[in-house]
Design a protein around this ligand. Structure first.
Ligand code: OMP
Length: 221
């Protein structure tokens, strides 16, 4: 694959903020991964602002195929990501997009309900951190359909391109065929492997571990 310059920059940005790390990590799915992407480590004003710009750029690059009325950030990690994304859309593209997020626990006093922010109506674009097996995205789908809204698409920072829960397809492909909605990402597993390859001998051990992981858990195209 050819690594685009913005993807190279994004990977370096994630590594320098300690967001993308290499080692041994047990995932939500139980798989033991040689890398982990922890979006919570984009934990300063400038890094969050920059992250929002990457999401906004990915959304704008697909504006012909994704028509959305509102952006939804699933609790918890999707909340700051969706806020940063709508700020970047307002500042850089003069698009004043509404957004909302959910509470994990339903509130039964005050304004009540589980959705905070703009009403979840019409076509909803989900902004989240990572897709591995697709479990988190399926939970968001439930929230969106419970509110009577429709999934317009999903944008994530990283698509790990792993086999989904039901087949050898990636979780993203499963979601795309199940809901007919596009899923876009800033980078994916192939981009990270390509980046490590570019680094030569300094990253040879990480590259080998990543390729081995991809052989076992990578989606079959
Ligand atoms: P799925 O629900 O299996 O798609 O996994 C996505 C979730 O896993 C993310 O929302 C994270 O909570 C977590 N995760 C990461 O944050 N970074 C990773 O590199 C891998 C995972 C993961 O556990 O798969």
């Amino acid at each position: 694959m050819v690594l685009q310059q913005y993807q190279r920059e994004f990977i370096e940005f994630a590594i320098s903020n300690g967001v993308l790390t290499f080692g041994e990590f047990t995932l939500k799915s139980g798989r033991v991964s040689p890398y982990f992407f922890n979006a919570g480590k984009f934990n300063s004003g400038s890094s969050l602002a920059k992250l929002g710009q990457y999401y906004a750029a990915a959304i704008n690059a697909h504006k012909d195929s994704i028509k959305y009325d509102v952006i939804f950030g699933p609790a918890y990690k999707g909340i700051p990501l969706s806020a940063a994304t709508v700020i970047a859309l307002a500042n850089n593209s003069s698009l004043d997009v509404s957004y909302s997020f959910n509470r994990k626990e339903k509130k039964d006093h005050g304004e009540g309900g589980s959705i905070v922010g703009a009403p979840l109506k019409g076509n909803v674009l989900v902004v989240d951190d990572v897709i591995t097996a697709g479990t988190a995205i399926r939970e968001s789908m439930e929230t969106i359909s419970n509110e009577g809204a429709k999934l317009a698409g999903v944008v994530v920072a990283i698509d790990r391109q792993e086999k989904g829960r039901q087949s050898d397809q990636s979780a993203i492909q499963e979601i795309q065929s199940e809901y007919g909605s596009p899923v876009i990402s800033v980078v994916n597993l192939d981009s990270i492997v390509e980046y490590l390859r570019e680094q030569g001998s300094a990253q040879a051990a990480n590259l080998e571990a990543m390729e081995e992981y991809r052989r076992i858990y990578g989606a079959k195209y």
